[in-house]
Design a binder for this molecule. Structure first.
Ligand SMILES: [Zn+2]
Length: 177
């Protein structure tokens, strides 16, 4: 091989290696992009958004008053304050899984109480200054329905008391097979 040909060959080879490197890094970046997209998908919750009218048609008047107008059921009247079955408590507005019977305890208040939510991304927390009190409201992260309030007088390990209206909840028993 002549010297010139050899140089040409090396140049071609360099170009090829260069394009392979570029190709690989593009593939790499695409892959990284895809994985991060996949990862973030797990955290994006499909929000349930309905107009007041739509809520009125799919909820009972009592549910509407509590879930959509921040109402509170009377103590010791709800379906679940003394409910001890094993299973999952879901949002009455959208079926979002909110609380497990594993964290339910008897607070003596007359409302269902939990010392933790099933997942911190499922329940939103916000300051509520109504009725001259400073309380922390809890809402369903998926449909923004009112659930109740969270207080800092709960048992260990969290020290929290998620005080929830029975009306805001539905219950799915644990499968025993
Ligand atoms: Zn909900």
């Amino acid at each position: 091989m002549k010297k010139e040909d050899l140089l040409k060959f090396i140049r071609k080879l360099n170009m090829r290696i260069f394009s392979i490197i570029i190709g690989l890094s593009i593939t790499g970046m695409t892959l990284i992009g895809q994985t991060s997209e996949k990862k973030s998908k797990g955290f994006i919750m499909d929000k349930v958004v309905k107009s007041d009218k739509e809520w009125q048609t799919c909820l009972t008047p009592e549910e509407y008053q509590i879930l959509r107008e921040q109402g509170t059921e009377s103590a010791f009247t709800g379906e679940y304050y003394n409910h001890k079955e094993e299973g999952t408590y879901t949002c009455a507005g959208c079926d979002n899984k909110l609380f497990s019977s594993d964290t339910k305890y008897d607070s003596g208040s007359g409302w269902p109480a939990f010392f933790d939510s099933l997942d911190e991304t499922k329940v939103n927390i916000k300051r509520d200054l109504s009725y001259g009190m400073i309380r922390t409201e809890i809402t369903c992260a998926k449909c923004d329905s009112h659930l109740g309030h969270v207080f800092e007088d709960g048992p260990k390990p969290t020290g929290l008391r998620y005080c929830v209206n029975s009306v805001s909840l539905n219950f799915t028993p644990k499968k025993t097979d």
